[in-house]
Ligand binder design. Structure first.
Ligand code: KG4
Ligand code: ZN
Length: 362
């Protein structure tokens, strides 16, 4: 195995991102550049991501973002070993922009293409900064996904549980919207919660003690909306924000602890590692709650640096490099996939775990 230098492209939601990542033969990883152009300002007036606006914005900015990523990395096209692009799941108009760009670049430069599952990018993101061996238990919590997975390697994720309604980030965003906070709601709600009383508003504990490792946030969302209605003062809102954050973090930790018990049983005598990744992993209350769970259950705790929690292309480049090292490359006919479960077996065996009308999203 040799050193691999991969250009990553990410366009599945509202961030246009490009990055260059170097992976040494011994697995050491260096992020040479990571450029992220957020479209938040373009979507904010609508209170959420508008797919058509997102796709157009990706088209407008992708070539400039890629040029910056290459120039900041000090690596030219000739120094690359491959091009990795997110091929799903996500807003398909945006996915097509990055994937088509990646295909064109691969063809023009004679480089291999790696079509990366965005969720695999999140799954590996903690390895950008920390040498975490496989296997590990992963909580993937973002705006579109909320799942517990056993990650045994690239292309080897087994889903243990998933949300039966909203994702954790979606719950943060929707509740923040009913409270009149800006988009994206998660960071806004975290800022408001500072100094608030997390026990002022008792919110439901969904699935508490229930078998399995699934999540549910719809009851919490309804209860929070009801509690928000009569509130007028900043202090009241601060208490509600703190209570919502507390309730979400508590459920994430409770369900994760069940999974830790089962995982530890199955991996007796091995090192126990836990990773939290995805946008919601940026939340300090969520992190510290999970860190405590790790102490209780004898797991080491890992989370990507904050910049690699939310969507970025460095994680896509890393997933691409790890795939390339194993010879896993894709043809130029690789499809853009709006839905693409990481664990296809679990998703089709248990479709109730995958919200959405058009089949398995995650
Ligand atoms: O991973 P990500 O950037 O995109 C998806 O793949 O979904 O995650 C975005 C989600 C949004 O729902 C956002 O509100 C949430 O992550 N988020 C947070 C925080 N930062 C981002 N939620 C709570 N606290 C935060 N600090
Ligand atoms: Zn994401």
């Amino acid at each position: 195995m040799t050193t691999l230098t991969v250009l990553g492209l990410e366009t599945s939601c509202d961030e246009t991102a490009a990055a260059v990542v170097r992976r040494e033969a011994d697995g050491r990883v260096t992020v040479l550049s990571s450029i992220i152009a957020s479209q938040i300002a373009e979507h904010a007036p609508y209170g959420g991501v508008v797919p058509e606006i997102a796709a157009r914005a990706h088209v407008d900015s992708i070539d400039g973002i890629v040029a910056r990523a290459l120039s900041e990395s000090g690596v030219g096209w000739d120094g690359l070993s491959g091009v990795a692009a997110t091929a799903g799941p996500g807003l398909v108009g945006g996915v097509m922009v990055g994937l088509s760009f990646g295909k064109a670049a691969a063809l023009a430069r004679g480089l291999p293409l790696i079509a990366v599952n965005h969720l695999e990018g999140h799954a590996l993101s903690a390895r950008l900064a920390d040498d975490i061996p496989y296997p590990f238990l992963l909580l993937l919590v973002s705006g579109g996904h909320c799942q517990l997975l056993e990650v045994a390697g690239v292309g080897a994720c087994r889903r243990l549980g998933s949300t039966i309604d909203d994702a954790a980030g979606e719950a943060f965003d929707k509740i923040a919207k009913t409270m009149g906070l800006g988009y994206p709601g998660g960071p806004a709600l975290e800022r408001l919660a500072v100094g608030g009383d997390p026990e002022r508003f008792p919110l439901p504990r969904a699935l508490l003690g229930r078998e399995g490792f699934d999540f549910s946030f719809s009851g919490l969302k309804t209860a929070a909306a009801r509690a928000a209605e009569p509130l007028t003062t900043e202090a009241d809102k601060r208490d509600l924000a703190a209570s919502v954050q507390f309730a979400i973090a508590r459920q994430l930790a409770e369900r994760t602890q069940r999974a830790m018990t089962a995982y530890a049983e199955a991996h007796r005598g091995e090192g126990l590692r836990f990773v939290v990744a995805g946008g919601v992993a940026a939340n300090q209350a969520v992190r510290s709650r999970l860190e405590q769970a790790c102490v209780t259950h004898g797991f080491s705790f890992h989370a990507p640096p904050l910049v690699y929690c939310t969507d970025n292309a460095a994680m896509i480049a890393l997933a691409g490099a790890e795939r390339l090292a194993l010879g896993l490359i894709d043809g130029l006919d690789a499809p853009a996939r709006p839905r693409w479960p990481l664990d296809a077996v679990a998703a089709s065996a248990n479709p109730t775990h995958v919200p959405g009308r058009k089949g398995a999203k995650a």
